[in-house]
Design a binder for this molecule. Structure first.
Ligand code: G16
Length: 550
């Protein structure tokens, strides 16, 4: 450890509350320009440290997805942690740490928590978004009471503590003293590779690649590049060039690091073109989301969760299959059908990975997933993009089917839940709230009404009582069911930073029928019309339709 020759001075700096740091579905997010205002990051950091109160002797993990301003924010976080009595911070080399890998580090090192600088799939760069996720000792996102307390603290703070010291060099692995605190710069990739090796049959996947199977992984110039190269190219011999856009960039190469058919359109086009690889995947800014593609087919996140749960027993990490499954409420009910067939419970939680953590900690579920492209298991307490990719590869290596065949067989066995999410973006927040409020007031009159030939069987607002700790969460989305067959869900996004995003989730079940292969939008046409009539969208917004159909 480098000796600390010039003891840095501790400064207590007067500050004024900086508004705008309201926690959303996943941590705190803001426009980067806002986060760069004087005192913004200092105020937020002091509030976090005050609330999670890491007293003398405590340890934290620190890193992020490499987006613009992370480098400055990390130095502030380190100097403030040192000034607030933290004993040890393990910071990822060059500040690059994926969210699932942070969760693995927190758990492996048994530290008190972690700070992940990421706004996830939101765009980066100076014109993009900045974010900070706070994780607790189980490796999972801080629960609502903690993030609410941090927010309250930001509004009353009048001083912050910081150490006057030079910046820490994050480029090389090793230990440095920062005043009384030890800063350990570490490479997170080897531990993550080791964890994946403990769960999946790497020999079987290598044999799959040797047989001529080809894949493409788009790291979207975000944090998964180094992990994906180490795993897919170095460990599993998928071949050089398998991982594209592998170098993390502060602006994600100018793209939106959201792995969906719109923002990863090139990858989708490649999989639908002649000579397409057998399999492709992409991950988001901080590596917790995933998109799965086969030759000529996009696998929807809800279907992906169901397929992974039904086949998890084929991977060495899950020899007995899952003990239970959890999905967020707006996620399709495809996973429920798998759970029923396996004779295991399926939990329906509000949107947000934090709601899965208590179930995972209590050993009630093994696999969790969300329509927003997140899947994961009890190996960490976050969703994990590369984990999902490797489980898919393990399954394909054992079953030796194409992705399309595998999905076809799944639907033939369980039936198909056609699914689509329609997003209305950049809506005036007051207008969005008013639309939800009007819908809320209409709910009691809906049951029994027949709209577009569909009869409403139930209409209500989703509230959740955590089956483990009894905590409650209200107003978690509006559900309108049309019998057991179809459903529409309305919800406001909790991850945006400018304007509101209204999400409409549509689904319809169809029993196994080998002769029906409708596209989701065609299969959902009637449910879509019924949902539009119930909500008044898109007319109320004066738009022709949603901005995005996923
Ligand atoms: C976050 C949460 C996810 C959640 C998603 C929903 O994802 O971690 O659990 O499903 O937000 O987003 P919205 O509220 O916009 O629908 P991430 O990847 O942004 O951390």
């Amino acid at each position: 450890m480098t000796p600390d020759r010039s003891a840095p001075a501790l400064r207590t700096v007067p500050t004024a509350p900086v508004p705008g740091q309201k926690p959303g579905t996943s941590g705190l997010r803001a426009r980067t320009v806002e986060a760069m205002q004087p005192n913004w990051i200092e105020n937020l950091t002091q509030s976090i440290l005050d609330v999670i109160a890491p007293g003398a002797g405590s340890s934290l993990v620190l890193g992020g997805d490499g987006r613009f301003f992370n480098d400055r924010a990390i130095q502030v976080l380190l100097k403030m942690a040192a000034a607030n009595g933290v004993a040890h911070v393990a910071v990822a080399r060059n500040g690059l740490l994926s969210t699932p890998s942070a969760s693995a580090e927190i758990r492996h090192r048994r530290v008190d928590g972690g700070l992940i600088l990421s706004a996830s799939h939101n765009p980066g760069g100076e014109d993009g978004d900045f974010g900070l996720k706070v994780n607790i000792a189980n490796g999972g996102p801080a629960p609502e009471p903690v993030t609410d307390a941090i927010h309250r603290r930001t509004l009353e703070l009048d001083v912050y503590r910081v150490l006057d010291a030079p910046d820490i060099n994050l480029a090389s692995v090793g230990n440095t003293a920062l005043g009384p605190m030890r800063v350990e710069v570490f490479d997170p990739v080897p531990r993550y590779v080791e964890l994946m090796r403990s769960l999946f049959d790497f020999d079987a996947i290598r044999a799959l690649f040797r047989s001529g199977f080809r894949m493409r992984f788009d790291a979207m110039h975000a944090v998964t590049g180094p992990y994906a190269q180490a795993l897919l190219e170095d460990e599993l011999s998928a071949g050089p060039g398998t991982v594209v856009n592998a170098t993390p960039k502060p602006d994600f190469g100018g793209r939106h690091p959201d792995p969906n058919p719109v923002h990863a359109a090139d990858l989708v086009a490649e999989l639908f073109a002649r000579g397409a690889p057998d399999f492709a995947a992409a991950s988001d800014g901080d590596g917790d989301r995933n998109m799965i593609l086969g030759r000529g087919i996009c696998v929807g996140p809800s279907d992906s969760l169901a397929v992974l749960a039904a086949n998890a027993h084929l991977a060495p990490g899950y020899p007995d299959g899952p003990v239970g499954i959890a999905r967020s409420m707006p996620t399709s009910r495809a996973a429920d059908r798998v759970a029923r067939a396996l004779g295991i419970p399926c939990f329906e939680t509000p949107t947000g990975w934090k709601y899965f953590a208590t179930l995972l900690d209590a050993g009630r579920v093994t696999i969790c997933g969300e329509e927003s492209a997140g899947t994961g298991s009890d190996h960490v307490r976050e969703k994990d993009g590369l984990w999902a990719v490797l489980l898919w590869l393990n399954i394909l290596a054992v079953r030796r089917r194409s992705v399309a065949e595998l999905l076809g067989e799944h639907w033939a066995r369980f039936g198909r839940d056609y699914y689509s999410r329609h997003d209305y973006e950049g809506v005036d927040p007051a207008a969005a709230d008013a639309i939800i409020e009007t819908l809320r007031r209409r709910l009691p009159e809906l049951p029994g009404q027949t709209i577009e030939g569909l009869t409403v069987s139930h209409a209500g607002e989703f509230a959740y009582v955590d089956p483990v700790d009894g905590s409650t969460s209200e107003h978690q989305g509006i559900r309108v069911s049309f019998g057991t067959e179809a459903r529409a869900v309305f919800r406001l996004s909790g991850t945006g930073t400018s304007g509101a995003t209204l999400r409409v989730y549509l689904e319809r079940f169809e029993a196994p029928d080998p002769h029906r292969f409708d596209t989701p939008q065609a299969a959902l046409a009637r449910v879509t019309r019924a949902a539009d009539r119930i909500s008044g969208l898109p007319g109320l917004l004066g738009r022709a339709g949603p901005d995005m159909r996923g």
